[in-house]
Design a protein around this ligand. Structure first.
Ligand code: ZN
Length: 468
Protein backbone atom coordinates (compact mmCIF):
# COMPACT_ATOMS: atom_id res chain seq x y z
CA UNK A 1 0.00 0.00 0.00
CA UNK A 2 1.17 3.46 -0.78
CA UNK A 3 0.58 5.63 2.23
CA UNK A 4 -1.91 8.45 2.27
CA UNK A 5 -0.55 11.09 0.03
CA UNK A 6 -1.42 14.17 1.86
CA UNK A 7 -2.86 17.16 0.38
CA UNK A 8 -4.25 19.93 2.50
CA UNK A 9 -1.19 22.17 2.25
CA UNK A 10 -0.76 21.53 -1.42
CA UNK A 11 -4.44 22.14 -1.94
CA UNK A 12 -4.24 25.55 -0.33
CA UNK A 13 -1.44 26.56 -2.68
CA UNK A 14 -3.10 25.26 -5.79
CA UNK A 15 -6.71 25.89 -4.98
CA UNK A 16 -8.64 25.53 -8.22
CA UNK A 17 -10.70 28.49 -9.35
CA UNK A 18 -13.28 26.52 -11.28
CA UNK A 19 -14.67 23.09 -11.98
CA UNK A 20 -12.33 22.88 -14.97
CA UNK A 21 -9.47 23.79 -12.66
CA UNK A 22 -10.47 21.01 -10.30
CA UNK A 23 -10.44 18.54 -13.18
CA UNK A 24 -7.05 19.73 -14.34
CA UNK A 25 -5.70 19.35 -10.83
CA UNK A 26 -7.14 15.84 -10.64
CA UNK A 27 -5.35 14.91 -13.84
CA UNK A 28 -2.11 16.43 -12.69
CA UNK A 29 -1.90 14.59 -9.38
CA UNK A 30 0.67 11.87 -9.99
CA UNK A 31 0.96 9.65 -6.96
CA UNK A 32 -2.55 9.68 -5.68
CA UNK A 33 -5.83 11.38 -6.24
CA UNK A 34 -6.19 14.76 -4.67
CA UNK A 35 -9.40 16.42 -5.56
CA UNK A 36 -10.46 19.29 -3.48
CA UNK A 37 -12.45 22.41 -3.75
CA UNK A 38 -13.11 24.98 -1.14
CA UNK A 39 -16.31 26.95 -1.25
CA UNK A 40 -15.05 29.91 -3.21
CA UNK A 41 -17.10 32.52 -5.00
CA UNK A 42 -16.52 30.80 -8.32
CA UNK A 43 -17.65 27.45 -6.96
CA UNK A 44 -20.83 29.11 -5.83
CA UNK A 45 -21.31 30.62 -9.29
CA UNK A 46 -20.80 27.26 -10.92
CA UNK A 47 -23.34 25.72 -8.63
CA UNK A 48 -25.83 28.46 -9.27
CA UNK A 49 -25.46 27.93 -13.00
CA UNK A 50 -26.08 24.23 -12.54
CA UNK A 51 -29.11 25.13 -10.47
CA UNK A 52 -28.23 22.63 -7.74
CA UNK A 53 -29.80 23.63 -4.48
CA UNK A 54 -31.48 26.69 -5.92
CA UNK A 55 -34.46 24.73 -7.27
CA UNK A 56 -34.82 23.04 -3.93
CA UNK A 57 -35.14 26.30 -2.04
CA UNK A 58 -37.47 27.81 -4.64
CA UNK A 59 -39.78 24.82 -4.77
CA UNK A 60 -39.99 24.52 -0.99
CA UNK A 61 -40.98 28.15 -0.78
CA UNK A 62 -43.51 27.68 -3.58
CA UNK A 63 -45.30 24.86 -1.83
CA UNK A 64 -45.42 26.85 1.38
CA UNK A 65 -43.52 24.52 3.68
CA UNK A 66 -42.57 26.02 7.00
CA UNK A 67 -39.05 27.39 7.27
CA UNK A 68 -36.63 24.80 8.57
CA UNK A 69 -33.58 24.98 10.75
CA UNK A 70 -30.54 25.92 8.69
CA UNK A 71 -29.05 22.79 7.21
CA UNK A 72 -25.59 21.51 7.90
CA UNK A 73 -23.44 22.45 4.91
CA UNK A 74 -20.66 20.40 3.37
CA UNK A 75 -18.19 22.92 1.99
CA UNK A 76 -15.33 20.85 0.56
CA UNK A 77 -14.61 17.26 -0.40
CA UNK A 78 -11.30 15.49 -0.67
CA UNK A 79 -10.39 12.01 -1.79
CA UNK A 80 -7.04 10.47 -0.93
CA UNK A 81 -6.40 6.98 -2.13
CA UNK A 82 -4.10 4.23 -3.15
CA UNK A 83 -4.78 0.92 -4.80
CA UNK A 84 -6.18 -0.81 -1.72
CA UNK A 85 -7.30 2.03 0.56
CA UNK A 86 -9.24 5.24 0.26
CA UNK A 87 -10.31 8.07 2.50
CA UNK A 88 -13.06 10.46 1.48
CA UNK A 89 -13.36 13.56 3.66
CA UNK A 90 -16.15 16.15 3.65
CA UNK A 91 -15.52 19.40 5.48
CA UNK A 92 -18.79 20.47 7.09
CA UNK A 93 -20.22 23.25 9.22
CA UNK A 94 -21.36 20.81 11.92
CA UNK A 95 -21.21 17.13 12.77
CA UNK A 96 -23.16 14.85 10.41
CA UNK A 97 -24.44 11.47 11.47
CA UNK A 98 -23.72 8.88 8.80
CA UNK A 99 -24.73 5.29 8.07
CA UNK A 100 -22.57 3.56 5.47
CA UNK A 101 -23.18 0.23 3.82
CA UNK A 102 -22.05 -1.67 0.71
CA UNK A 103 -24.24 -2.43 -2.33
CA UNK A 104 -23.41 -4.94 -5.07
CA UNK A 105 -24.01 -4.85 -8.83
CA UNK A 106 -22.01 -2.67 -9.45
CA UNK A 107 -19.99 -2.48 -6.25
CA UNK A 108 -20.68 0.74 -4.37
CA UNK A 109 -20.62 2.17 -0.89
CA UNK A 110 -23.68 4.17 0.09
CA UNK A 111 -23.54 6.72 2.91
CA UNK A 112 -26.92 7.86 4.21
CA UNK A 113 -27.10 11.24 5.92
CA UNK A 114 -29.69 13.65 7.21
CA UNK A 115 -30.33 16.46 4.72
CA UNK A 116 -27.07 18.23 3.99
CA UNK A 117 -26.56 21.32 1.80
CA UNK A 118 -23.67 20.35 -0.47
CA UNK A 119 -21.93 23.62 -1.32
CA UNK A 120 -19.38 21.82 -3.45
CA UNK A 121 -18.83 21.61 -7.18
CA UNK A 122 -21.31 18.81 -8.05
CA UNK A 123 -18.86 17.50 -10.64
CA UNK A 124 -15.95 17.05 -8.25
CA UNK A 125 -16.32 13.31 -7.71
CA UNK A 126 -16.79 12.52 -11.40
CA UNK A 127 -13.40 13.76 -12.52
CA UNK A 128 -11.57 10.81 -11.01
CA UNK A 129 -12.96 8.48 -13.62
CA UNK A 130 -11.92 10.80 -16.44
CA UNK A 131 -8.21 10.43 -15.84
CA UNK A 132 -6.15 8.45 -18.30
CA UNK A 133 -3.84 5.61 -17.40
CA UNK A 134 -0.35 7.06 -17.25
CA UNK A 135 2.41 4.76 -15.98
CA UNK A 136 3.95 6.25 -12.86
CA UNK A 137 7.09 5.65 -10.86
CA UNK A 138 6.73 3.09 -8.08
CA UNK A 139 4.25 0.94 -10.01
CA UNK A 140 0.51 1.29 -10.39
CA UNK A 141 -1.24 3.71 -12.66
CA UNK A 142 -3.37 6.76 -12.33
CA UNK A 143 -6.94 5.63 -12.27
CA UNK A 144 -6.31 2.33 -10.51
CA UNK A 145 -7.35 3.65 -7.08
CA UNK A 146 -9.97 1.88 -5.00
CA UNK A 147 -12.60 4.57 -5.70
CA UNK A 148 -13.70 5.19 -9.30
CA UNK A 149 -16.00 8.14 -8.64
CA UNK A 150 -18.46 9.52 -6.12
CA UNK A 151 -21.53 11.75 -6.06
CA UNK A 152 -23.84 13.28 -3.49
CA UNK A 153 -27.21 14.95 -3.20
CA UNK A 154 -30.74 14.74 -1.89
CA UNK A 155 -32.06 11.16 -1.85
CA UNK A 156 -35.51 11.67 -0.34
CA UNK A 157 -37.08 14.64 1.46
CA UNK A 158 -34.93 15.25 4.53
CA UNK A 159 -32.33 12.67 3.54
CA UNK A 160 -29.08 13.10 1.66
CA UNK A 161 -26.81 10.45 0.31
CA UNK A 162 -23.23 9.95 -0.87
CA UNK A 163 -22.64 7.13 -3.36
CA UNK A 164 -19.09 5.90 -3.90
CA UNK A 165 -18.39 3.77 -6.99
CA UNK A 166 -15.69 1.20 -6.29
CA UNK A 167 -13.06 -0.22 -8.61
CA UNK A 168 -12.81 -3.26 -6.33
CA UNK A 169 -14.80 -4.61 -3.34
CA UNK A 170 -14.04 -2.65 -0.17
CA UNK A 171 -14.71 -2.84 3.53
CA UNK A 172 -15.92 0.27 5.35
CA UNK A 173 -13.46 0.79 8.18
CA UNK A 174 -14.78 4.18 9.25
CA UNK A 175 -17.76 6.42 8.54
CA UNK A 176 -17.98 9.08 11.21
CA UNK A 177 -17.92 12.78 11.93
CA UNK A 178 -15.18 14.45 13.85
CA UNK A 179 -15.94 17.85 15.37
CA UNK A 180 -12.85 18.45 17.46
CA UNK A 181 -11.36 20.66 14.82
CA UNK A 182 -12.42 24.12 13.79
CA UNK A 183 -14.84 22.67 11.24
CA UNK A 184 -16.51 19.31 11.52
CA UNK A 185 -15.36 16.57 9.18
CA UNK A 186 -17.16 13.54 7.86
CA UNK A 187 -14.61 10.84 7.10
CA UNK A 188 -15.27 7.63 5.19
CA UNK A 189 -12.40 5.14 5.09
CA UNK A 190 -12.32 2.07 2.90
CA UNK A 191 -10.00 -0.91 2.61
CA UNK A 192 -9.96 -3.46 -0.17
CA UNK A 193 -11.62 -6.75 0.67
CA UNK A 194 -12.61 -9.95 -1.16
CA UNK A 195 -15.80 -10.22 -3.21
CA UNK A 196 -17.44 -12.80 -0.91
CA UNK A 197 -17.10 -10.68 2.26
CA UNK A 198 -18.33 -7.64 0.35
CA UNK A 199 -21.41 -9.49 -0.93
CA UNK A 200 -22.15 -10.91 2.55
CA UNK A 201 -22.00 -7.44 4.09
CA UNK A 202 -24.18 -6.00 1.29
CA UNK A 203 -26.85 -8.67 1.83
CA UNK A 204 -27.32 -7.49 5.42
CA UNK A 205 -28.38 -4.05 4.28
CA UNK A 206 -30.76 -4.79 1.40
CA UNK A 207 -33.85 -3.79 3.37
CA UNK A 208 -32.59 -0.26 3.94
CA UNK A 209 -32.26 0.56 0.26
CA UNK A 210 -35.58 1.82 -1.00
CA UNK A 211 -36.38 5.48 -0.30
CA UNK A 212 -39.99 4.41 0.12
CA UNK A 213 -39.13 1.63 2.57
CA UNK A 214 -41.56 1.61 5.44
CA UNK A 215 -43.90 4.16 3.87
CA UNK A 216 -47.47 3.03 3.19
CA UNK A 217 -48.50 3.04 -0.47
CA UNK A 218 -50.74 5.98 -1.28
CA UNK A 219 -54.23 5.17 -2.46
CA UNK A 220 -55.15 5.85 -6.06
CA UNK A 221 -56.06 9.49 -6.53
CA UNK A 222 -59.15 10.38 -8.51
CA UNK A 223 -58.89 12.60 -11.56
CA UNK A 224 -59.11 16.23 -10.60
CA UNK A 225 -62.42 17.75 -11.69
CA UNK A 226 -62.79 15.21 -14.47
CA UNK A 227 -59.81 16.65 -16.34
CA UNK A 228 -57.36 14.17 -17.82
CA UNK A 229 -54.24 13.92 -15.66
CA UNK A 230 -50.92 14.39 -17.42
CA UNK A 231 -47.90 13.22 -15.44
CA UNK A 232 -44.66 14.94 -16.43
CA UNK A 233 -41.57 13.14 -15.22
CA UNK A 234 -38.35 15.18 -15.03
CA UNK A 235 -35.65 12.48 -15.11
CA UNK A 236 -33.09 11.89 -12.36
CA UNK A 237 -32.73 14.24 -9.35
CA UNK A 238 -30.83 14.60 -6.11
CA UNK A 239 -27.94 12.19 -5.83
CA UNK A 240 -28.66 10.90 -9.35
CA UNK A 241 -27.54 13.77 -11.60
CA UNK A 242 -28.03 11.94 -14.92
CA UNK A 243 -25.84 12.93 -17.87
CA UNK A 244 -23.45 15.89 -17.69
CA UNK A 245 -22.21 18.43 -20.24
CA UNK A 246 -18.62 19.49 -20.75
CA UNK A 247 -18.92 22.41 -18.34
CA UNK A 248 -20.83 20.69 -15.59
CA UNK A 249 -24.33 21.21 -17.02
CA UNK A 250 -26.54 18.59 -15.41
CA UNK A 251 -29.33 16.62 -17.02
CA UNK A 252 -31.41 16.63 -13.83
CA UNK A 253 -31.54 20.45 -13.83
CA UNK A 254 -32.13 20.87 -17.57
CA UNK A 255 -35.05 18.43 -17.60
CA UNK A 256 -36.54 19.88 -14.41
CA UNK A 257 -36.56 23.39 -15.90
CA UNK A 258 -38.16 22.03 -19.06
CA UNK A 259 -40.80 20.09 -17.09
CA UNK A 260 -41.80 23.16 -15.12
CA UNK A 261 -42.09 25.27 -18.28
CA UNK A 262 -44.21 22.57 -19.91
CA UNK A 263 -46.44 22.34 -16.84
CA UNK A 264 -47.08 26.09 -17.00
CA UNK A 265 -47.91 25.89 -20.73
CA UNK A 266 -50.35 23.03 -20.19
CA UNK A 267 -52.01 24.79 -17.28
CA UNK A 268 -52.59 27.80 -19.54
CA UNK A 269 -54.57 25.54 -21.88
CA UNK A 270 -56.74 24.73 -18.86
CA UNK A 271 -57.90 21.37 -20.14
CA UNK A 272 -55.63 19.13 -18.07
CA UNK A 273 -54.55 18.49 -14.53
CA UNK A 274 -50.76 18.37 -14.39
CA UNK A 275 -48.69 16.37 -11.93
CA UNK A 276 -44.89 16.41 -11.74
CA UNK A 277 -43.22 13.25 -10.43
CA UNK A 278 -40.76 15.42 -8.54
CA UNK A 279 -41.13 19.06 -7.53
CA UNK A 280 -37.62 19.53 -6.19
CA UNK A 281 -34.06 18.33 -6.66
CA UNK A 282 -34.59 14.93 -5.05
CA UNK A 283 -33.87 11.37 -6.11
CA UNK A 284 -36.79 9.26 -7.21
CA UNK A 285 -36.68 5.56 -8.12
CA UNK A 286 -37.94 4.57 -11.58
CA UNK A 287 -40.69 2.36 -10.14
CA UNK A 288 -41.94 5.22 -8.00
CA UNK A 289 -42.28 7.42 -11.09
CA UNK A 290 -44.42 4.75 -12.75
CA UNK A 291 -46.41 4.48 -9.52
CA UNK A 292 -47.18 8.21 -9.54
CA UNK A 293 -48.67 7.83 -13.03
CA UNK A 294 -50.80 4.86 -12.05
CA UNK A 295 -51.95 6.33 -8.73
CA UNK A 296 -53.21 9.43 -10.52
CA UNK A 297 -54.87 7.33 -13.18
CA UNK A 298 -52.87 9.36 -15.68
CA UNK A 299 -54.09 9.70 -19.24
CA UNK A 300 -50.52 10.33 -20.38
CA UNK A 301 -47.05 9.96 -18.86
CA UNK A 302 -44.21 11.95 -20.38
CA UNK A 303 -40.70 11.38 -19.11
CA UNK A 304 -38.17 14.11 -19.94
CA UNK A 305 -34.46 13.35 -20.39
CA UNK A 306 -31.30 14.50 -22.18
CA UNK A 307 -28.35 12.19 -22.74
CA UNK A 308 -24.75 12.09 -23.88
CA UNK A 309 -23.15 10.03 -26.63
CA UNK A 310 -19.52 9.46 -27.54
CA UNK A 311 -20.20 11.03 -30.93
CA UNK A 312 -20.41 14.85 -30.55
CA UNK A 313 -21.95 15.36 -34.01
CA UNK A 314 -25.11 13.43 -33.08
CA UNK A 315 -27.80 15.92 -32.11
CA UNK A 316 -31.50 16.58 -31.81
CA UNK A 317 -34.45 15.27 -29.86
CA UNK A 318 -35.58 11.65 -29.94
CA UNK A 319 -38.98 10.32 -28.88
CA UNK A 320 -39.00 6.85 -27.37
CA UNK A 321 -41.75 4.37 -26.72
CA UNK A 322 -41.32 1.11 -24.84
CA UNK A 323 -40.61 -2.18 -26.57
CA UNK A 324 -39.11 -5.45 -25.45
CA UNK A 325 -36.65 -5.31 -28.34
CA UNK A 326 -34.83 -2.06 -29.04
CA UNK A 327 -35.39 -0.42 -32.42
CA UNK A 328 -31.63 0.02 -32.89
CA UNK A 329 -28.32 -0.25 -31.06
CA UNK A 330 -28.27 3.40 -30.00
CA UNK A 331 -31.77 3.16 -28.49
CA UNK A 332 -30.67 0.07 -26.55
CA UNK A 333 -27.64 1.94 -25.23
CA UNK A 334 -29.72 4.97 -24.18
CA UNK A 335 -32.28 2.76 -22.42
CA UNK A 336 -29.51 0.92 -20.60
CA UNK A 337 -28.09 4.23 -19.35
CA UNK A 338 -31.47 5.62 -18.31
CA UNK A 339 -32.39 2.37 -16.57
CA UNK A 340 -29.18 2.66 -14.57
CA UNK A 341 -30.59 5.71 -12.70
CA UNK A 342 -31.64 3.67 -9.66
CA UNK A 343 -28.21 2.13 -9.27
CA UNK A 344 -26.61 5.56 -9.64
CA UNK A 345 -28.41 6.51 -6.42
CA UNK A 346 -27.36 3.32 -4.63
CA UNK A 347 -30.44 1.17 -5.15
CA UNK A 348 -29.97 -2.50 -5.80
CA UNK A 349 -30.33 -3.84 -9.32
CA UNK A 350 -33.39 -5.97 -9.78
CA UNK A 351 -34.62 -7.80 -12.82
CA UNK A 352 -37.90 -6.59 -14.20
CA UNK A 353 -40.59 -9.01 -13.05
CA UNK A 354 -42.26 -9.69 -16.34
CA UNK A 355 -45.96 -10.45 -16.40
CA UNK A 356 -45.99 -11.93 -19.87
CA UNK A 357 -48.75 -14.51 -20.20
CA UNK A 358 -51.58 -12.59 -18.53
CA UNK A 359 -53.99 -12.18 -21.46
CA UNK A 360 -56.07 -9.29 -20.07
CA UNK A 361 -52.95 -7.41 -19.08
CA UNK A 362 -51.55 -8.08 -22.49
CA UNK A 363 -54.61 -6.65 -24.24
CA UNK A 364 -54.48 -3.52 -22.12
CA UNK A 365 -50.78 -3.20 -22.80
CA UNK A 366 -51.35 -3.48 -26.57
CA UNK A 367 -53.92 -0.75 -26.49
CA UNK A 368 -51.75 1.43 -24.26
CA UNK A 369 -48.78 0.99 -26.55
CA UNK A 370 -50.83 1.92 -29.58
CA UNK A 371 -51.80 5.17 -27.86
CA UNK A 372 -48.17 5.74 -26.84
CA UNK A 373 -47.06 5.41 -30.47
CA UNK A 374 -49.85 7.70 -31.61
CA UNK A 375 -48.73 10.35 -29.13
CA UNK A 376 -45.06 9.87 -30.10
CA UNK A 377 -46.03 10.52 -33.72
CA UNK A 378 -47.98 13.65 -32.79
CA UNK A 379 -45.02 14.91 -30.78
CA UNK A 380 -42.63 14.35 -33.67
CA UNK A 381 -44.89 16.30 -36.04
CA UNK A 382 -44.97 19.30 -33.69
CA UNK A 383 -41.25 19.20 -32.97
CA UNK A 384 -40.45 19.19 -36.70
CA UNK A 385 -41.28 22.86 -36.83
CA UNK A 386 -40.58 24.18 -33.33
CA UNK A 387 -37.89 21.98 -31.88
CA UNK A 388 -34.93 20.21 -33.33
CA UNK A 389 -35.18 16.52 -34.10
CA UNK A 390 -32.61 13.78 -34.39
CA UNK A 391 -32.32 12.36 -37.91
CA UNK A 392 -34.03 9.22 -36.61
CA UNK A 393 -36.45 10.69 -34.06
CA UNK A 394 -38.81 7.75 -33.50
CA UNK A 395 -37.27 4.86 -31.57
CA UNK A 396 -38.16 2.26 -29.00
CA UNK A 397 -36.39 0.30 -26.28
CA UNK A 398 -36.95 -1.31 -22.89
CA UNK A 399 -37.21 1.77 -20.68
CA UNK A 400 -38.24 0.81 -17.14
CA UNK A 401 -39.98 4.14 -16.62
CA UNK A 402 -42.35 3.50 -19.57
CA UNK A 403 -43.56 0.12 -18.38
CA UNK A 404 -47.01 1.00 -16.91
CA UNK A 405 -49.27 -1.35 -18.87
CA UNK A 406 -52.29 0.96 -18.60
CA UNK A 407 -50.82 4.48 -18.98
CA UNK A 408 -49.69 5.66 -22.44
CA UNK A 409 -46.05 6.52 -21.79
CA UNK A 410 -43.44 8.29 -23.89
CA UNK A 411 -39.90 9.38 -23.16
CA UNK A 412 -38.65 12.59 -24.72
CA UNK A 413 -34.87 12.92 -24.96
CA UNK A 414 -34.57 16.66 -25.50
CA UNK A 415 -31.12 16.35 -27.07
CA UNK A 416 -27.53 15.41 -26.33
CA UNK A 417 -25.36 17.19 -23.79
CA UNK A 418 -22.42 15.86 -25.79
CA UNK A 419 -23.42 18.05 -28.77
CA UNK A 420 -22.40 21.68 -28.48
CA UNK A 421 -25.39 22.79 -30.55
CA UNK A 422 -27.84 20.83 -28.44
CA UNK A 423 -26.23 22.05 -25.25
CA UNK A 424 -26.67 25.70 -26.19
CA UNK A 425 -30.33 25.02 -27.07
CA UNK A 426 -31.01 23.05 -23.91
CA UNK A 427 -29.63 25.80 -21.70
CA UNK A 428 -31.41 28.62 -23.57
CA UNK A 429 -34.64 29.89 -21.93
CA UNK A 430 -35.97 30.99 -25.36
CA UNK A 431 -35.48 27.53 -26.82
CA UNK A 432 -37.06 25.97 -23.75
CA UNK A 433 -40.16 28.16 -24.15
CA UNK A 434 -40.49 27.25 -27.83
CA UNK A 435 -39.92 23.52 -27.35
CA UNK A 436 -42.26 23.35 -24.34
CA UNK A 437 -44.93 25.18 -26.37
CA UNK A 438 -44.57 22.61 -29.19
CA UNK A 439 -44.84 19.78 -26.66
CA UNK A 440 -47.94 21.30 -25.04
CA UNK A 441 -49.56 21.67 -28.47
CA UNK A 442 -48.72 18.06 -29.28
CA UNK A 443 -50.40 16.95 -26.06
CA UNK A 444 -53.50 18.99 -26.83
CA UNK A 445 -53.52 17.65 -30.38
CA UNK A 446 -53.24 14.09 -29.12
CA UNK A 447 -56.23 14.45 -26.80
CA UNK A 448 -58.33 16.11 -29.49
CA UNK A 449 -57.54 13.22 -31.82
CA UNK A 450 -58.23 10.66 -29.12
CA UNK A 451 -61.55 12.22 -28.25
CA UNK A 452 -62.60 12.20 -31.91
CA UNK A 453 -61.78 8.56 -32.35
CA UNK A 454 -64.65 6.19 -31.68
CA UNK A 455 -62.30 3.24 -31.46
CA UNK A 456 -58.90 2.93 -29.89
CA UNK A 457 -56.12 2.71 -32.47
CA UNK A 458 -55.20 -0.78 -31.20
CA UNK A 459 -57.83 -2.40 -33.42
CA UNK A 460 -56.03 -1.35 -36.54
CA UNK A 461 -52.68 -2.21 -35.01
CA UNK A 462 -53.85 -5.66 -33.91
CA UNK A 463 -55.24 -6.48 -37.34
CA UNK A 464 -51.94 -5.74 -38.96
CA UNK A 465 -50.37 -8.22 -36.47
CA UNK A 466 -47.61 -5.80 -35.66
CA UNK A 467 -45.13 -7.33 -33.26
CA UNK A 468 -44.97 -5.58 -29.87
ZN1 ZN B 1 -31.76 10.64 -18.32
Amino acid sequence: MRGWATSMDKRRQTQPRSAAGARALGRAAALCVIVAMAFSASASDAQDKAGAGKGLIASRAAIGEPAKEPLVSAIAARLEQGKDRARLTFEATAEISATAFPVVGPDRVVVDLPEVAFRIDPDIGRSIGLRTNHPRPGGGQDGDGLVKSYRFGLFAPGRSRIVIDLARPAKITRAASDSKLENARLVIELEQTDAASFAAEAAKHTAALSPAAGQPAAAAQPRAGGKPVIVIDPGHGGVDVGAAGAHGEQEKTIVFDFARTLKAKLEEIGRFHIVLTRTEDVFMALDDRVRVARQHDAALFLSIHADTLGEPSVQGATIYTVSSRASDAEAAKIAEKENFADQAAGLEHKDDASDVGDILLDLTRRETRAYSRLFAQTLIERWKTAGNLNKNPSRSAGFVVLKAHDVPSVLLELGYLSSQRDLSRLTSPEWRERAAEATAQAIEGFFSLRDRQAEPPSRAVASSARPQ
